[in-house]
Structures are given as structure tokens and as C-alpha cells.
Design a protein around this ligand. Structure first.
Ligand code: 6PG
Length: 232
């Protein structure tokens, strides 16, 4: 699926992404199942969301991936999102579904927690190697039909638990958040792979059911040739 691309000046990336996330949640009735991402770019969004008004009594929070560590570890995506967002909003504890990265059986337990219902909104970041969630080139089985997989990261912590590509693509919509010059080249390559119909990078293989939105800053978008696709 070709992504819709929303560009923002770097200083407005987090607030622009927060505007979109709030609008997407409010556009849905009932319980909204969202998956958070790790990474410094998504973290800036979480700080912004902590200041916004959202219906936290009907949001179920999951994660797209987690490092193979416990909740108090500095590397934990759960800890990062808790410190940046979840501790500051009125979300009931039972609506927070942590991936128990410290457990050997984390993937099976998390898959059971997720159940069969598709996620509504999956937030994703992208590494400078084109990985997303913990779907690393050569470190994850992108063909897996499992709900949750164990993956390997080239950078420590190497053990990762991740939504499979199949689960991400079964979601209703995904939002990719990318900022910085260092991502410009790989983002352009991912976009070219999608438009030529030969996606190989994990981020280029993402294709949600209804909506695929890239929210990028000017530096990350610097090598994109996509005038026809952009909004905002
Ligand atoms: C993680 C994330 C990972 C992250 C990207 C982008 O566990 O680290 O799931 O996919 O989103 O690596 O991270 P930055 O925004 O920090 O570059």
C-alpha cells in the first residue's frame, strides 16, 4: 500500500503527529486498540499526547515490540511509554498490556493477550536500516503467520519480541513517525520500493488494511520524490 505522507518542520513533528493520533482515536466509537512504538521519535509524540485530552477509559494500550528486558530496565519500551505518557493520563491499569520481555514465554503470553481482534492503530518508528517495530532485516521472519514473534536486533538488547508483519498488516491503520536527516536515504529507498512494487525493507512491507500514514519532518523527507502523495 502506498502511504499518505504528511510533512512537518522538525519542531512541529510531535505536535502534528499528536493532532493526527487524537483525531484518529476520536473518529472511532467504542474501545480503540492501539499499539505504541519504542524509539526517541515516538517518545516525543508521547510527551505531547500527555498534554492532550483523550478518552483513556476506552483505549487499550499494546506495544508493537519490546526488548527482552524487564519493565524497570532503561531499554524497556514499556518503561519509556510509561514515563513519557501513561503515568500522566487516567488510563486504568487493566487497559495497559505490557509485553513481558523478561520472560522466555513472552511471545506466547502476549499473543494470548492480543487475541484475534485486529489492532485499530499501530504507531511505528523506523530505524536507519529500514527496520520497524523489531522487524530487522535478517533478524525476523517477515513471512511468519504467528501473531507475535521473537526477533533479533543487531544492537543490544538483541532479543526482541515483536508483532509479526502479518499482525501489523492486519491492523486497520498504521502511522509511521520519522524524523532527521539520517533517515532520509532509507525512507526514500523504502518509498521507491513501494512505488515500484518490490518492497524488501521491513518498513516497506507494512501494508495496513485501511490507512498507511507517514508523518515525517522536512529533513527525513529530503530525498522523497512524492509531490503527488503529500498532504499538509
Ligand atoms: C524500538 C522501536 C524501533 C524504533 C526505531 C526508531 O524498540 O526501538 O520499536 O522500531 O521505533 O528504531 O527509533 P528512533 O525514533 O529512536 O530512531
Amino acid at each position: 500500500m502506498r502511504p499518505e505522507i504528511l510533512r512537518h518542520p522538525a519542531a512541529e513533528l510531535a505536535s502534528g503527529a499528536a493532532d493526527v493520533f487524537v483525531e484518529r482515536v476520536l473518529s472511532r466509537d467504542g474501545v480503540v486498540r492501539v499499539a505504541l512504538s519504542g524509539g526517541s521519535t515516538p517518545r516525543a509524540l508521547y510527551h505531547e499526547l500527555a498534554k492532550r485530552s483523550l478518552p483513556w477509559d476506552r483505549i487499550e494500550v499494546f506495544w508493537g515490540d519490546e526488548r527482552g528486558v524487564g519493565p524497570d530496565d532503561d531499554a524497556s519500551n514499556y518503561r519509556m511509554a510509561s514515563e513519557a505518557l501513561l503515568r500522566h493520563v487516567p488510563i486504568p491499569e487493566e487497559r495497559i498490556h505490557r509485553i513481558e520481555g523478561e520472560r522466555e514465554d513472552a511471545a506466547a503470553r502476549y499473543a494470548a493477550r492480543l487475541g484475534d481482534a485486529p489492532l485499530d492503530i499501530v504507531l511505528l518508528g523506523m530505524g536507519s536500516d529500514g527496520h520497524t517495530a523489531s522487524l530487522f532485516v535478517g533478524g525476523a521472519d517477515l513471512e511468519s503467520d504467528e501473531t507475535v514473534i521473537v526477533a533479533r536486533s543487531p544492537a543490544p538488547p538483541t532479543r526482541r519480541i515483536s508483532l509479526s508483519l502479518a499482525t501489523i498488516n492486519a491492523s486497520d491503520e498504521a502511522i509511521l513517525l520519522v524524523g532527521g536527516e539520517s533517515k532520509a536515504s532509507i525512507l526514500a529507498r523504502a518509498h521507491a520500493e513501494i512505488t515500484t512494487g518490490r518492497p524488501t525493507l521491513p518498513v516497506a512491507r507494512v501494508s495496513p488494511r485501511r490507512r498507511w500514514l507517514w508523518i515525517v519532518d522536512e529533513a527525513a523527507a529530503g530525498q522523497l520524490d512524492t509531490k503527488e502523495q503529500e498532504t499538509g
